[in-house]
Design a protein around this ligand. Structure first.
Ligand SMILES: Cc1ncc(COP(=O)(O)O)c(C=O)c1O
Length: 426
């Protein structure tokens, strides 16, 4: 199917055939869901040994009674787990509760309201604050900015990460830009892994931006590979050390998609100066994190080898689901001008771009046919995809057969929306 070359008559015929196909699907009363990227029940089962792992031994290696208050920046062995996950040194890791999103929000709030390096460094002192958001991106990053009244400036994603020429140009020209969101490995939703050059250029931003500029390096998918020889992400903190820009990057990760999504452990990796500023804020919110859960996780995943072996089990469960999505897209759209996508080598998503102006209609048609998709536009700041093209597909939760069923519907909806749009345009 090549819409750009099709005659009016051909388009009308396709429309009529697809409309019949679509009506037949609607009659099946399907209830399928490709929305949020969360682990399936099978994946959660992989970590059931967390329950009971302590066998009454609550003492950490340094003698800390994990049941008690205290330990604001986390247990040493939990810091090791974070260090193994992010490939950094444990003395620059703080361990929080179950959610890295919470840590990101708290860090953003600290930088904005109170200043990470003293009150003079608070972003709010400089008036309106702006943040760079690579698009398409993670909707909850955008919500954090909206909540704090931070203006979002979209920057296009490329195959190697955010468009760095654009990023550097914007930062040089506007001191009100105080930072940038990044999901550097298996980016949500595109699956892109930032190239070495991109990582190096981001580490160097601290040299051209003001002293309070912070990159939020959300390494949520650091070890979430789907292939045997996964691409490697360069260590941003090492690059920062060479440029003397350690204060400009804040790295986050968690075990949400490693163990239990609702009951995991989250980490921040940052310079001592940033950690000091953050802990001043954190200490007013809590007397200490859930150290019992931290020690459970440290015993369950004692070293990098155990972590990587565990992630292989996740990959075995996820691979057939991703294959079902990619297979359906290849067969339906491989030699058409109806859409574009990339094959992710890890992470939780497949990002599909329809023809311009067709994403919302595709999602609407799918919803009426019983297949829930993430709302079109959700991957853009303020929910506005200027070209109305991007749809995020999250196949981890449904069974393989359900993913296959949902993709059959998706394909028909993309085709129908595209053919109708083309008919309308001619
Ligand atoms: C890029 C990204 N960051 C953070 C999160 C949430 O992490 P957590 O569960 O640690 O709050 C997600 C979850 O989907 C995500 O995709």
């Amino acid at each position: 199917m090549q819409l750009d070359q099709a005659t009016q008559e051909q388009l009308r015929q396709w429309e009529s055939e697809l409309a019949d196909e679509y009506e037949a699907i609607v009659k099946q009363n399907l209830k399928l869901d490709l929305t949020r990227g969360k682990p399936s029940a099978d994946q959660l089962d992989l970590s059931d040994a967390l329950d009971g792992i302590l066998k009454g031994d609550y003492k950490a290696a340094d003698g800390t009674d994990t049941r008690n208050y205290g330990g604001l920046d986390g247990l040493p062995e939990a810091k090791e787990l974070g260090a193994n996950l992010m490939g950094v040194s444990a003395d620059k890791v703080l361990v929080g509760g179950n959610s890295s999103l919470t840590l990101m929000f708290q860090m953003m709030l600290t930088a904005h309201q109170f200043g990470l390096t003293g009150p003079d460094s608070a972003w709010k002192n400089d008036g309106d604050v702006k943040f760079l958001c690579p698009v398409p991106g993670y909707d909850r990053h955008h919500t954090v900015c909206e909540q704090l009244g931070i203006t979002m400036v979209p920057v296009p994603m490329t195959d190697t990460g955010p468009d760095m020429d654009k990023v550097e140009e914007l930062i040089k020209d506007d001191p009100r830009i105080k930072g940038m969101w990044c999901v550097p490995k298996y980016s949500n939703p595109t699956g892109v892994v930032y190239s070495d050059e991109t990582v190096e250029r981001i580490a160097a931003l601290g040299k051209i931006a003001g002293p309070n500029f912070r990159v939020f390096w959300d390494n949520a998918y650091a070890v979430h590979d789907l292939v045997d020889n996964p691409p490697e992400l360069a260590c941003i903190m090492k690059a920062c050390e060479t440029f003397g820009t350690e204060d400009s990057v804040l790295q986050f990760a968690s075990t949400s998609k490693i163990t239990f999504a609702g009951s995991g452990v989250a980490f921040v990796n940052a310079s001592q100066a940033n950690l000091k500023g953050f802990k001043e804020f954190l200490g007013t919110c809590t007397i200490g994190p859930d150290k019992v859960n931290q020690i459970r996780h440290s015993r369950f995943l004692p070293d990098r080898a155990a972590l990587m072996a565990h992630m292989k089990k996740h990959a075995e469960l996820l691979k057939p689901r991703f294959a079902a999505v990619l297979d359906a897209l290849d067969k339906a759209f491989g030699d058409t001008d109806l859409g574009q996508w990339q094959e992710p080598k890890g992470g939780y998503f497949v990002s599909f771009d329809t023809r311009a102006g067709c994403a919302k209609e595709t999602v609407r048609l799918a919803s009426e046919a019983g297949v829930k998709l993430t709302p079109a536009g959700a991957t853009f700041p303020y929910g506005e995809d200027p070209e109305d093209r991007n749809i995020r597909i999250a196949p981890s939760v449904p069974s393989v057969d359900e993913v296959k069923g949902a993709m059959k519907v998706f394909v028909v909806c993309v085709k129908l929306a595209s053919v109708r749009a083309q008919l309308g345009d001619q």
